[in-house]
Design a protein around this ligand. Structure first.
Ligand code: TTP
Ligand code: MG
Length: 357
């Protein structure tokens, strides 16, 4: 038994553009760009037909049409992309709960241990690609390897509609020949700086000591040193659904007066409520936490049958909890409020592009 992990990286092909070509058959086989338009705005992505002309993500519309005069601009439909994203994620969860979404169309899966007890990660990747196609009529590319960096690099090798495996004994050769600007985590600026030092591909990066890389690139130097050797210990971090949202404060001096405690609670609600809105987390239970000078910590809760969404109501219930426990409110040195008990199926925010460092 080896203790190597089995990581899969999945990335949909020309995601927004493929969805548009799926839903509007007249766009199939055509060079299309989603977003922007000829006069203004930028391209979010382009169909592979358009990429042949050099049209790319983040390219201004005027430039795209210059490269490809027959280009068709299509307006994005984010609701549809989000729906597809949900569909593919539920396929991932059939295999493992260790799913780390990186974008709507992209995720890492750790299938070392998986719900189907499948021994071969490549077989899982094959099945997932097939299921994605069956359910969405869209293609995805997959990379399989023993860490995130290599799985990510692998998924790009045979795009579109490809599956690439990098086995441990293949990693060194793969990295040695990989162009430095293709390394995940090496941005444009870093790549050109590296090229200035004669680092054009993995084999060049391999010659540099950790000390030198850190002195040139700061903390990121550790990462560059490791990935040149195929080392990446980052774990697959699932988006765990939030269980509660809390704000608490330790007080500078103990509060003895009930109205001071009420004032302080107002301040905590002022913090809590915007936080709930920002994280889009609302629940049915409000909990007051307080600690006295003997370090005895107590909690008192109140629940409603409905989700507490009104700031006014949360504030009123907070004061009510203080009043109901007025006899315990002596020499208070910590106060906190927590909202919990959200209805099921509240979705975790779908992580934005996260940098590896
Ligand atoms: P990507 O996976 O980077 O690109 P892609 O799926 O279009 O093409 P491929 O993976 O085959 O190379 O991004 C996924 C979607 O995110 C993409 O379809 C549109 C959107 N996107 C932007 O809105 N702006 C950008 O700059 C990029 C790169 C992507
Ligand atoms: Mg993609």
């Amino acid at each position: 038994m080896s203790d190597l992990r089995k990581i899969i990286h999945i990335d949909m092909d020309a995601f927004y553009a493929s969805v548009e070509q799926r839903d509007f058959p007249e766009l199939r086989g055509k060079a299309i760009a989603v977003g922007g338009g000829e006069k203004r705005g930028v391209t979010t992505t382009a169909s592979y037909e358009a990429r042949k002309f050099g049209v790319r993500s983040a390219m201004p519309g005027w430039q795209a049409i210059k490269l490809c005069p027959e280009l068709i601009f299509v307006k994005p439909r984010f609701d549809v992309y989000r729906e597809v994203s949900r569909q593919i994620r539920s396929i991932f969860f059939e295999y493992t709960d260790l799913v780390e979404p990186m974008a709507l169309d992209e995720a890492y899966l750790d299938v070392t241990v998986n719900k189907k007890n499948m021994a071969i990660a490549t077989d899982i990747a094959k099945e997932i690609r097939q299921k994605i196609y069956d359910v969405t009529q869209l293609t995805a590319s997959a990379g399989v390897s023993y860490n995130k960096f290599l799985a990510k690099m692998a998924s790009g090798v045979q795009k579109p509609n490809g599956l690439t495996v990098i086995k441990p004994h293949q990693a060194a050769a793969f990295i040695e020949n990989l162009a430095i600007e293709k390394f995940y985590g090496v941005g444009k600026v870093t790549a050109s700086k590296m090229q200035g030092f004669g680092i054009h591909k993995g084999s060049d990066l391999l010659k540099w000591s950790k000390t030198d890389l850190v002195s040139l690139f700061g903390k990121a130097g550790h990462y560059y040193y490791d990935i040149a050797r195929g080392i990446d210990h980052r774990t697959v971090e699932p988006d765990r659904p939030r269980k509660s949202y809390a704000v608490e404060r330790t007080l500078d001096e103990n509060l003895t007066q009930l109205n001071d405690i009420h004032d302080y609670i107002d301040g905590i609600v002022d913090k809590l409520y915007p936080g709930l809105k920002k994280s889009q987390y609302f629940g049915k239970t409000l909990t007051l936490k307080f600690r006295d000078r003997h370090f005895v910590t107590r909690t008192r809760s109140v629940s409603r049958t409905y989700v507490l969404e009104s700031e006014h109501e949360i504030r009123a219930l907070s004061h009510q909890l203080v009043n109901e426990n007025a006899d315990l409110m002596k020499d208070i040195r910590l106060l906190g409020l927590t909202i919990s008990n959200a209805p099921e199926k509240q979705e975790g925010q779908a992580g934005q592009m996260r940098l590896p460092l």
